[in-house]
Design a protein around this ligand. Structure first.
Ligand SMILES: NC(=O)c1ccc[n+]([C@@H]2O[C@H](COP(=O)([O-])OP(=O)(O)OC[C@H]3O[C@@H](n4cnc5c(N)ncnc54)[C@H](OP(=O)(O)O)[C@@H]3O)[C@@H](O)[C@H]2O)c1
Length: 230
């Protein structure tokens, strides 16, 4: 049985990815920071023995290390660094809040790096050997035509670089590392006006993940499988 680990699996895109994979007979290691408050994930776990819930506040190094120790015997085919935050409410020019910016960076960029470092052995011993960071075209320098959103955009541009760096550093271990743009999706973060349903996004992301080859490593890929400009 193949195994996927997903961070931020209690709502939004992470929860829907957990649903898609568990229904396809995958084992799902569903991470969230407050399992006791995660009703929808609890309901999914109650329906499927293959899904287990794990506490993980991704900005907490001790929790990352503790979970990696607990799961050290696993083979993790796909590690999805999905947990993310939009950052402070106001991120326009002239509105810089350094502390809030750094918090955004910790969650969106540094946590995926630390989690990849902590779980690399489990990924390396799996069959598919994929590490995916959920990035965003909001972090694409080439595609930024509307400005603003400085904390969010820079944190996603930075995690794209993490994904690219891992694709180089882990290539000799056969690990594929990608950044994924999930589309503009109707979640708490994406808002009600987003064009894409969470189901359509997760189905697209799943198809992309399952179709990856080493040639895709180091790319930013959207749910249609199109490689996007950094
Ligand atoms: N929605 C979009 O249009 C869109 C577009 C491009 C990229 N993305 C990216 O897609 C990913 C998922 O976004 P979404 O739309 O599903 O957002 P969402 O509905 O707001 O969900 C965010 C998830 O991340 C978790 N999370 C946030 N901070 C965390 C932390 N410090 N530790 C652990 N978990 C944490 C949240 O957990 P809690 O419930 O505990 O807060 C929640 O499970 C994010 O990386 C986001 O940047 C989204």
């Amino acid at each position: 049985m193949s195994t996927i680990l997903i961070t931020g699996a209690n709502r939004g895109i992470g929860l829907e990815l957990a649903r898609c994979f568990v229904r396809d007979d995958w084992r799902v290691l569903a991470c969230c920071r407050s399992p006791e408050l995660s009703d929808e994930l609890q309901a999914l776990a109650a329906q499927h023995d293959r899904l287990s819930m794990h506490r993980l506040e991704v900005a907490d190094r001790a929790q990352i290390a503790e979970l990696a120790t607990q799961l050290k015997a696993e083979a993790i085919d796909i590690l999805v660094n999905n947990a993310g935050v939009r950052g402070p409410l106001n991120q326009g020019f002239g509105e810089t809040d350094p502390d809030a910016w750094l918090e955004t960076f910790k969650v969106n960029c540094i946590a995926p790096m630390l989690i990849s470092e902590a779980f690399v052995e489990m990924v390396a011993r799996s069959r598919l050997r994929i590490i995916a960071a959920v990035g965003s075209v909001m972090g694409s320098i080439a595609e930024n035509s509307s400005g603003g959103h400085y904390a969010y955009r820079t944190s996603k541009a930075a995690v794209h670089m993490v994904a690219k760096g891992l694709s180089v550093d882990l290539a000799d271990r056969g690990i594929i590392s990608v950044a994924l743009h999930p589309g503009w999706v109707r979640t708490r973060m994406g808002g009600a006006e987003a064009p894409l349903s969470v189901e359509a996004s997760a189905q697209g992301v799943k198809k992309v993940l399952l179709g990856l080859s080493i040639r895709d490593s180091g790319c930013l890929i959207d749910p249609q499988g199109t490689k996007r400009a950094w």
